[in-house]
Design a protein. Structure first.
Length: 219
């Protein structure tokens, strides 16, 4: 028998109930107020909140391209196969992911400066990370995993500020990369339509139950 004592099961009530309420009430809205846009301060606050998302080794392999000019928004609507709510939202933000560890030099210096890694470990980890990113397909996986978390943060921050942020992948990936001038080693991960709500949205569609999706110990 194991000598390890069994940990006690403890119920954890929400310490931040408003955070739970926020994620339970967030919606992908299609009804935006076309008369009202977001301020520069709000845009910057959303990006700040997005950038606090976790990322592999804190590499923060993401960029955000915000389009607010009316004519350019029209182009984005066209590239998104006519999704008109983007125009009404007033702001489209493309969340972009790095497919390589291009931030590694600066980030691993942070680990060393913070006393969380010695120089040798930092150099080794940096080399391993670069290798992993270079592995065929892995760079794309990293880009999507990391940038998707930033996108979710941005959506929750928008909701907390009384805004709607709708995630989309229904767009011409290559077309938008070209239109927005993305570098070759970065990919579009999620397009967000962000703006003040224009009113009611249809009821949320049901979610699959916990019983159905929670698998204990193995699938
Ligand atoms: C990866 C992904 C792609 C999506 N693509 C689109 C899209 O192209 N257009 C759109 O209007 N909504 C899109 N959505 C929003 C979903 O339709 C929405 O999240 C889902 O219906 C659940 O609704 P809720 O977010 O309001 O709970 C997308 C969501 C995700 C996560």
């Amino acid at each position: 028998m194991s000598e390890q004592l069994a940990a006690e099961d403890v119920a954890h009530d929400a310490e931040f109930p408003e955070l739970i309420e926020g994620l339970q009430t967030r919606r992908s809205g299609h009804n935006f107020d076309p008369e009202e846009d977001i301020s520069d301060e709000t845009l910057e606050a959303l990006i700040e909140d997005a950038a606090i998302a976790p990322s592999s080794y804190n590499l923060q392999p993401w960029e955000f391209v915000a389009v607010q000019d009316d004519e350019r928004l029209d182009e984005v609507v066209e590239l998104a196969y006519g999704q008109e709510h983007i125009r009404d939202a007033g702001t489209a933000i493309l969340v972009v992911g790095h497919t390589n560890a291009k931030t590694a030099d600066a980030v691993f210096e942070d680990w060393v400066d913070a006393g969380r890694m010695d120089e040798e470990t930092a150099q080794q980890t940096k080399a391993q990370t670069a290798e992993m990113y270079d592995d065929d397909g892995m760079g794309r996986d990293y880009a999507i995993r990391n940038a998707s978390l930033a996108a979710e943060n941005l959506m929750l921050s928008a909701h907390a500020r009384g805004l709607t942020a709708t995630p989309m992948i229904g767009f011409d990936q290559e077309g938008i990369a070209e239109f927005l001038g993305l570098p070759d080693d970065e990919i579009p991960v999620m397009l967000l339509a962000v703006g003040p709500s224009g009113g009611e949205e249809p009821d949320r569609l049901p979610r699959r139950s916990v019983d159905e999706i929670l698998h204990r110990e193995s699938y």
